[in-house]
Design a protein around this ligand. Structure first.
Ligand code: FAD
Length: 429
């Protein structure tokens, strides 16, 4: 465990399982999955359930990426607006993509129940408006999702009722989704890993894939090389999220890895914690640089926010998040921050998910853009469908057009910092 790991509340609140041994030598499987987050593990599990021999290679430990660090908020839809998808692929496919996202929420609950995953799943999610412009946008969202997407689990909450749900003066309205929720993301990830291992998946940790030979014909095998061995497999899935780096430069060009942070207060006691969020839903505000928060099962406030476009820099995230918490819940000014950690988001330019093919039998999923708690699970299932011979739903996502981040390898980060300054100004208006 490195220094940053010790600051992660989820790692600290989970009995750490014994590490799976690293890959050593050359092995042959039907499928090789790269990445031990929810996307890779869900794909591996679903593929093993189809009777395939699956190897999963994880560079560090399971849940090392966003899946073991996230705010744990199970949010409806995608990180982009549905209108972005409508423009990109047309109304018909946008509607089918929405249905996939809704199915993802159902799948998550099914996986938790079927594999008895103890991850504190709690129903209920709220998107919070801060100003009149947001209140109007939430009303329009409710109408649009009901009439155009046949989605009916939303309820609009006005200022007075909201005051009884969240003990903060900051918010003017909310869109409550009974279908959303929150969970302990690391325990969910490890639960999927246990299910995958019992279904026969061979998991290798500390197995960093340093080179890939992607087969160019459908009758050849793909090769994934680590320092200590090689996996040869007819099918390959790359699900390395924000941590894939430049292993595949064409994929890296479509992503910006953005640092983001979460803090956990000391346990507040049941009464005090429940008074903060009386319906125990997760909540996220509508700012570009958003705050999001929820209660943990041991009655801490878990509060996320503040992004860094220069990477996860060594700034004092506990101090910065404490001042954000004080803005939302001034009554918590004295509460101690016991954990504060960061991680990277894999953001695409249009914030739509980026799925596709690297070769006739090689696929990738990435770009969940900070919205992956739900979508990663169903993404893994879609990969199992395409490898199982039904490409329709995966290919629909693969048709979403994606552009490289402008500015090339050197200038794109400064360009984004400037863009984000602009978004900060918008939040103030
Ligand atoms: C701080 C933070 C808060 C977040 N909050 C939320 C939230 O509240 N709600 C929400 O929906 N989403 C949230 N997200 C995003 C969400 O966590 C991700 O979208 C999701 O976990 C992505 O899952 P994944 O399996 O695709 O990738 P990851 O979980 O990142 O897993 C990828 C894995 O691949 C491994 N890997 C990378 N390269 C290699 C290689 N070459 N060889 C072998 N292994 C490799 C990595 O080590 C990593 O373990 C948050 C993310 C962060 C960082």
């Amino acid at each position: 465990m490195d220094q940053a790991d010790e600051q992660n509340f989820y790692y600290a609140s989970t009995p750490r399982p014994e590490l799976h041994a690293p890959l050593a030598g050359d092995e042959v499987f039907d499928v090789c999955v790269i990445g031990g987050g929810i996307s890779g593990l869900s794909a591996a599990l679903h593929l093993a359930e189809r009777g395939m021999r699956v190897a999963l290679l994880e560079a560090r430990h399971l849940g090392y990426g966003g899946s073991g660090r996230s705010g744990g908020q199970c949010i409806l839809g995608y990180a982009c607006e549905m209108s972005t998808l409508e423009k990109a692929v047309g109304m018909g496919d946008a509607r089918r993509m929405w249905d996939v996202a809704v199915e993802g929420m159902q799948l998550q609950r099914e996986l938790i129940a079927r594999h008895s995953i103890d991850c504190d799943y709690t129903a209920g999610h709220m998107i919070l408006g801060l100003k009149r412009r947001h209140d109007q946008a939430l009303r329009e969202e409710l109408d649009s999702l009901a009439t155009r997407y046949d989605y009916h689990s939303l309820r609009l909450i006005g200022r007075d009722e909201l005051r009884t749900l969240i003990a903060s003066q900051r918010y003017s309205s909310a869109l409550y989704d009974s279908n959303g929720g929150h969970l302990h993301p690391y325990r969910y990830t490890l639960g999927l890993a246990r299910a995958a291992a019992s279904a026969g998946v061979r998991i290798f940790e500390n197995s960093w894939v340093t080179r890939l030979d992607v087969a160019q014909s459908s009758t050849a095998d793909n090769l994934a090389h680590t320092v200590q061995g090689t996996v040869r497999a007819r099918h390959l899935l790359v699900a390395g999220g924000a941590l894939l780096g430049r292993l595949i430069p064409t994929l890296a060009n479509k992503l910006m890895d953005i640092g983001t942070y979460v803090a956990a207060t000391q346990p507040l006691g049941e009464e005090r914690a429940r008074a903060l969020i009386t319906n125990n839903a997760a909540a996220a505000d509508m700012n570009w640089i958003l705050d999001y928060f929820r209660l943990s099962a041991d009655y801490r406030l878990l509060f996320g926010g503040r992004v860094s476009y220069s990477g996860v820099d060594p700034f004092d995230s506990a101090r910065v998040l404490r001042s954000r918490i004080a803005k939302v819940f001034p009554q918590l000014t004295e509460a101690r921050i016991e954990y504060a950690w960061g991680g990277f988001l894999d953001i695409t330019l249009n914030r739509a998910p980026h799925f596709g093919r690297l070769g006739p039998n090689a696929w990738f999923v990435q770009g969940l853009s900070g919205h992956g708690m739900v979508i990663s699970g169903i993404a893994g299932k879609l990969v199992s469908e395409v490898i199982g011979g039904t490409a329709e739903r995966f290919d629909m996502f693969a048709r979403i057009p994606h552009r490289d981040f402008p500015g090339g390898a050197h200038l794109r980060r400064p360009a984004l910092v400037l863009a984000m300054l602009w978004f900060r100004i918008l939040d103030l208006l």
